[in-house]
Design a protein around this ligand. Structure first.
Ligand code: ZN
Length: 445
């Protein structure tokens, strides 16, 4: 009898692990390019959304824009039986001490939290930006429609909330519009600090900044490729961690990189028509985005964005010079592409919100031994079916091999030598969804 039960369990495990989750295909289908188009147009029509622009007008400036965003989240919440907790989170920034702040003002983020049914304090976050800028970032009156930078990311975030609010998740999802990006990442700093103070357990942040342009400044047109930026190792690592990396590896295996690989793999599985590009850097060369303040405080975070930027259409006053049109206007946005990148976010939010927590205290051993071995502490979730060991060549960007090892806390991979690969371990849920992969932080003999 026991044998039958064991083999039945084996088959259900095998089933859970080999199947794709059809709900993710439904989610991709449900994302609407039309709604994204409408929302980008609405945001662009606020004239300017500079963080220091008008807050009183109902039709122009950042005040009107954030009230509209909040109203959209509220509408979504009403349609799902109040499944979203929608609120403003704000911090005061001053002109004094900030070179790019033209006057004292509140930097206001709009937050919508879809509470997890089992682990409400564990969060996966999707962000876009509310604010826009003209050629001069201190200029808060000139028109700055910011249709692509970053009404596209904001509209994607609003749309993801609409789609995912039709589902229930074990973990919480946060949809957020951040402000003050263009003058120094103030909104992201504010929310990351708020999260730290509240003790939020953050799985990661998917920061969307410019997800609608398919025509590069060099003329390349590409509606399939997009970039996933991630820093190599956490910015808050200790000197001791840095030193031990020299002997044990991990230079390209920080928590943000694991999040980036997760997104890459999910897209390859569910949206094979897309071409996700893992970019091994924090952000574009010398430039910034709102995932960084989260990275600064030790949270995993990545930037998702178009592959080909058009510099004539970002951070530019609307004008024509020598036959070249400048300005971040609605004509520069491809809504079908913004829909695709929104779907990229939505399936990863869903899958991470359905996934168990990762294994804890993952240790690796096998120095001068023929086989690599591992031990770890179990995820404290109840919906776990077991653990999966991943490995890859030291030169490979993506995990290449994996082995499901069951509901155990130690395992030896016979015949696999520790020196020749990098390794990581993920938790597998009963629903087939997996946690982020954990790179071992300790060794044992
Ligand atoms: Zn920008």
């Amino acid at each position: 009898m026991k044998k039958i039960i064991t083999s039945l369990l084996f088959f259900s495990v095998a089933f859970a692990m080999s199947q794709t989750d059809s709900r993710l295909y439904d989610i991709i289908e449900a994302v609407s390019a039309d709604r994204i188009e409408n929302d980008i147009k609405t945001l662009a029509n606020f004239g300017t959304r500079n963080t220091f622009s008008d807050t009183i007008s109902e039709t122009r400036g950042i005040g009107a824009a954030r009230r509209w965003i909040k109203a959209e989240f509220d509408k979504t919440s009403k349609n799902c039986g109040n499944c979203l907790n929608v609120f403003y989170q704000k911090d005061f920034v001053t002109k004094e001490g900030n070179r790019r702040v033209p006057k004292d003002a509140w930097v206001v983020n709009v937050i919508a939290i879809q509470k997890g049914t089992k682990y409400p304090n564990r969060y996966i976050i999707m962000s876009g930006d509310i604010d826009s800028r003209a050629s001069d970032t201190m200029d808060f009156t000139t028109d700055a429609p910011g249709a692509n930078d970053n009404a596209s990311g904001m509209a994607g975030t609003i749309e993801a909330a609409r789609v995912l609010s039709n589902y229930k998740f074990e973990n919480s999802i946060i949809y957020v519009g951040l402000s003050g990006e263009e003058q120094g990442l103030f909104g992201g700093q504010g929310l990351a600090t708020y999260a730290k103070e509240k003790g939020w357990d953050i799985i990661g942040i998917l920061n969307n900044d410019m997800i609608g342009n398919i025509e590069g400044v060099d003329g390349v047109i590409d509606n399939r490729s997009f970039r996933i930026f991630s820093e190599p190792v956490p910015a808050d690592e200790t000197e001791r961690q840095r030193r031990s990396r020299r002997f044990y590896g991990g230079e390209v295996d920080g928590i943000s990189r694991q999040l980036a690989r997760y997104v890459h793999k999910k897209v390859k599985t569910y949206m094979p028509e897309m071409n996700p590009m893992l970019i091994y850097r924090l952000d574009r060369f010398g430039r910034g985005g709102h995932h960084r303040p989260f990275n600064d405080l030790g949270f995993a975070g990545i930037r998702i964005m178009e592959a080909h930027e058009n510099y004539n259409r970002q951070h530019q006053d609307i004008r024509e010079e020598n036959g070249i049109k400048y300005g971040d206007v609605i004509e520069g946005v491809n809504f079908a592409y913004a829909k695709k990148l929104t779907a990229v976010n939505a399936i990863n939010l869903a899958s991470l919100a359905w996934s168990p927590s990762p294994p804890k205290e993952v240790e690796i051993g096998g120095i001068v031994e023929p086989s690599v071995k591992f031990r770890w502490k179990k995820s404290d979730d109840s919906n776990v079916v077991g653990y999966k060991i991943y490995w890859r060549d030291t030169t490979a960007p993506q995990w290449q091999h994996s082995r499901f090892v069951g509901d155990v806390t130690e395992f030896t991979l016979n015949g696999i030598v520790i020196d020749n690969y990098y390794f990581g371990i993920a938790t597998v849920g009963k629903n087939g969804h997996e946690s982020l992969i954990v790179f071992p932080a300790k060794t044992f003999r």
